[in-house]
Design a protein around this ligand. Structure first.
Ligand code: NAP
Ligand code: 8YV
Length: 306
């Protein structure tokens, strides 16, 4: 009997061609009317959900899929997947750990350089025919102190790269990692005080919500640069805007925002902000590897029936 799979988020291009001969695939339309019609028609028979970490698995969608057995998500973040609900219903949740680590770390370094060296502002100047007009000098990154909030897989990959820039490295997370020699801070304020760059790469969700607040930003200080490649929810965004406007921190490089894809006008107006659209894992190489994991996770789960 055909196995019904619902596709509820953007997926890498190698996913669907590998699945369409083995499963009966249904796409969830973006508009509420179209989505409602599809869910009414096939919701009861859907056994697998394909999504990605950003678009997630909303509670209302899970409620419309009473016989769901597996969520296979492209990405590592589980904050939008409603894992507690899935677990309570015995739904397996699979993600794509490891394969995106290096490219997300590259993106963090790119944002550190783009902010400190004012690359985007300089580029805008050239395109506008202004050359060096009113372009302030940048700041050196080499040798500056790096603080990492979340020394997990990606945090450690950022640290490895930063070592090549002769940056002293410190970190904060709930547990000290005995396998690394970087300096551990048992509070985020203490880490921010001791950092020129603060890179945020913890998971989203309630445990980390607004961890980067006004106190942390003031501890980072007027020469400090914030880079967030984790989740927008970890930073108190209105406080960040205020700190940037008032020069209480020097700059911010943000791949993730509080309410994606909505970007506050106040952020767009600031020269000392570099913004990317939740794009840190967005290389062809990584997205194809993520896609393959999404496929393999689904095939492994249904292996005996295929
Ligand atoms: P990971 O290996 O699981 O590392 C997460 C780290 O965060 C751990 O070292 C953990 O240490 C720390 N942490 C977790 N909860 C914390 C808390 N409440 N307070 C302080 N530290 C905490 O995960 P990863 O692969 O590095 O990915 C990290 C996150 O990056 C993902 O969950 C995802 O949200 C985000 N991400 C974003 C993109 C993007 O496109 N921008 C791409 C990939 C991933 P302790 O357990 O000791 O606290
Ligand atoms: C992706 C991510 O941008 O892995 C994550 O948690 O946020 C990113 O890799 C996301 O999965 C969209 O495809």
């Amino acid at each position: 009997m055909a196995i019904d799979i619902l596709i509820a988020g953007r997926l890498p291009p190698n996913v669907l061609p590998q699945l369409e001969e083995r499963f009966r695939l249904h796409s969830l339309p973006a508009d509420a009317t179209g989505a409602g019609a599809i869910l009414q028609k096939v919701g009861g028979s859907v056994r697998g959900l394909l999504t990605n970490a950003a678009q997630g698995a909303p509670e209302a969608l899970l409620a419309a899929l009473p016989n769901l057995e597996i969520i296979s998500s492209s990405g590592v973040g589980t904050d939008a997947l409603n894992v507690a609900i899935a677990e309570s219903r015995g739904i397996r949740v699979e993600t794509t750990p490891g394969v995106l680590t290096e490219d997300v770390a590259d993106a963090a370094i790119a944002l550190m350089l783009a902010t400190s060296r004012r690359l985007m502002q300089a580029e805008r100047n050239v395109r506008a025919g202004r050359w060096l007009k009113d372009l302030p000098l940048g700041n050196r990154m080499t040798g500056k102190r790096l603080g990492i909030l979340g020394l997990g897989k990606i945090g450690q990959a950022v640290a490895r790269r930063a070592s090549a820039f002769d940056m002293p490295i410190a970190y904060h997370q709930r547990n000290r990692n005995p396998e690394v020699s970087y300096t551990y801070h048992d509070s985020l304020v203490s880490l921010a005080t001791a950092s020129d760059f603060l890179v945020v790469i913890v998971p989203g969700g309630s445990a980390t919500e607004h961890m980067v607040n006004a106190q942390v930003l003031d501890a980072l200080g007027p020469e400090g640069i914030l880079v967030n490649v984790g989740r927008g929810s970890t930073v108190d965004q209105p406080e960040l805007v205020r700190a940037l406007e008032q020069g209480r921190i020097r700059a911010a490089g943000l791949d993730v925002l509080a309410d994606e894809p909505n970007v506050p006008e106040a952020l767009l107006a600031l020269e000392n902000v570099v913004l990317t659209p939740h794009y840190a894992s967005g290389t062809i190489e990584t997205r194809l590897a993520m896609g393959q994991r999404v496929v393999d996770n689904l095939l492994e789960y249904f292996a005996v029936e295929l």
